[in-house]
Ligand binder design. Structure first.
Ligand SMILES: [Zn+2]
Length: 63
């Protein structure tokens, strides 16, 4: 299990997964719960985190 750098913080995979889950479930002022649009800053943050994850994953861990 690796560590990712986000800004100047190091975060574990568990922390990233927890953050993404929280972001997906949390109240969003732009869209409904779990239905973020691509205009949504929360959605864009989720994408950014997922990109960060996949950028640091070995290439054989695709799903
Ligand atoms: Zn949203």
């Amino acid at each position: 299990m690796g560590l990712w750098k986000y800004g100047n913080k190091e975060v574990s995979q568990e922390e990233i997964n927890r953050a993404v889950k929280a972001l997906q479930k949390d109240v969003c002022f732009h869209c409904g719960i779990g239905k973020h649009t691509d205009q949504c800053p929360i959605f864009n943050l989720i994408i950014e985190i997922n990109n960060l994850k996949s950028a640091n994953q070995p290439p054989d861990s695709e799903h």
